[in-house]
Design a protein around this ligand. Structure first.
Ligand SMILES: C[S@@+](CC[C@H](N)C(=O)[O-])C[C@H]1O[C@@H](n2cnc3c(N)ncnc32)[C@H](O)[C@@H]1O
Length: 392
């Protein structure tokens, strides 16, 4: 097999890169500015990854003549979940780094990946702008919206795959759908009864690492029995504070808070807050207010909330919902969130791919990744294209 060379930007823990390695591509150089992701990448893929901010790395520091450049440029600014998405978010312009490196290194093919929100952002203008920018530097550009559940990944994850070439390939990426969808249960059911552990464990001959999880799962909360109106409390406390001639700064000093007390005296109904019972009694000693709201503010009761209504529980008999970069969904056993390994399996990371960093950092690296199984299918098509080019 020809030894095609890859430069990888925004490599993260290396989901996209792993798929290319599995198809025989050689990573010449990779980059990320997240220390934990770089460490995970180094341990599992190789030491070609360089830690640093790509906006500060000159093209001359990046190896010449890659056949392929990969770049899953960051997606926060493009995400539908982000209300501030728009052309003005500077993170949206990180694709310009991919553009710069593609322009300077002239790979035969480049591949980018992004969230579905890119399609609709600024009514499609952002995607159009990106396409045109790559066309201007001589690339034939296309994109495909895919749901990873259609490609053998046990997870619904809608993503845009952006691709371009300058070797005369006119066909589209055309990833072939798999008719069988894999359920969450099929993928991670074997770990359901295994209590989380920092140690590696062997289950049915499978070595399992990183089976750790957030166990902060509660279905009971303290709530006020008879909640007062927030604006009533804010106005009331402000009147008593004015009468006592004490500034919020002074109250912050007494409480040892940075800027918290200001919220208790806010007039506007949106940004104020009601003190906790402990803070209320402490505040009463300082401001000497009457008993008017004491019961309403301080009498709490323990309430059970319905899991299904208020907390996200993972799908079980269908592919999972998208594994995101934040706290994952709750396991159907309701004892914990999905473990790092369960998330990794739902992302199709191999069992021996071990993540490094804090729990949240591992969740983030996994949630950010392209599922390696999908990456491998993309790499297969790229390999084909490069092979066709070699025959011309
Ligand atoms: C969506 S993730 C890419 C995941 C990767 N393609 C994978 O499959 O694992 C985007 C990555 O870009 C990195 N990143 C964001 N801004 C960067 C910058 N200015 N320089 C280098 N890396 C950056 C983040 O740390 C994150 O790991």
């Amino acid at each position: 097999m020809a030894n095609y060379k890859v430069v990888s930007l925004f490599s993260g823990a290396g989901g996209l890169d792993l798929g290319f390695c599995q198809m025989g591509f050689e990573i010449l150089w990779a980059n990320d500015f997240n220390q934990d992701a770089v460490l995970t990448y180094t341990k599992n893929i190789g030491s070609e990854i360089v830690f640093g901010d790509i906006t500060k790395i000159k093209s001359s520091a990046i190896p010449d003549n890659p056949d392929v450049i990969l770049g899953g440029f960051p997606c926060q600014g493009f995400s539908i979940a982000n209300n501030k998405r728009g052309m003005h978010d500077e993170r949206n312009f990180l694709y310009k780094e991919l553009l710069r490196v593609v322009k300077d290194k002239q790979p035969k093919i480049f591949i980018g990946e992004n969230v579905k929100g890119l399609l609709s952002m600024e009514k499609g203008q952002v995607l159009q702008m990106i396409k045109e920018d790559f066309q201007k530097i001589g690339y034939h550009v296309g994109y495909q919206l895919i749901n990873t559940a259609d490609y053998g990944v046990p997870q619904n994850r809608e993503r845009i795959i952006l691709y371009g070439n300058k070797i005369g390939i006119k066909s589209s990426l055309n990833l072939q759908k798999n008719s069988n969808k894999i359920s969450t249960k099929e993928a991670i059911g074997f770990l359901s009864d295994t209590w989380i552990t920092n140690n590696s464990i062997s289950i049915n001959g499978r070595m399992i690492y990183n089976h750790i999880a957030s166990i902060n799962v509660h279905d009971k909360f303290f709530v006020r029995q008879n909640p007062p109106k927030q604006s009533d409390i804010c106005d009331y406390l402000k009147a008593w504070r004015d009468a006592a001639k004490i500034s919020t700064k002074k109250i912050d000093e007494i409480f040892g808070y940075a800027h918290t007390a200001g919220h208790w005296f806010r007039k506007d109904n949106n940004s104020g807050s009601i003190p906790t019972p402990d803070d209320w009694w402490k505040l009463k000693k300082i401001l000497n207010f009457d008993d008017k709201f004491d019961l309403q503010v301080t009498e709490l009761e323990l309430k059970q909330i319905k899991f299904e209504q208020s907390l996200r529980i993972t799908n079980w008999d269908t592919p999972s919902d998208t594994i995101t970069a934040t706290q994952p969904e709750i396991h159907t056993n309701k004892k914990r969130r999905l473990s790092v390994r369960e998330c990794a399996i739902l992302q199709t990371s191999p069992d021996d791919f071990i993540f490094t960093g804090s729990l949240n950092s591992m969740y983030r690296q996994i949630g950010n990744a392209v599922p390696p199984l999908l990456a491998k299918q993309i790499a297969t098509i790229v390999l084909n294209w490069l092979g066709c080019y070699g025959l011309n």
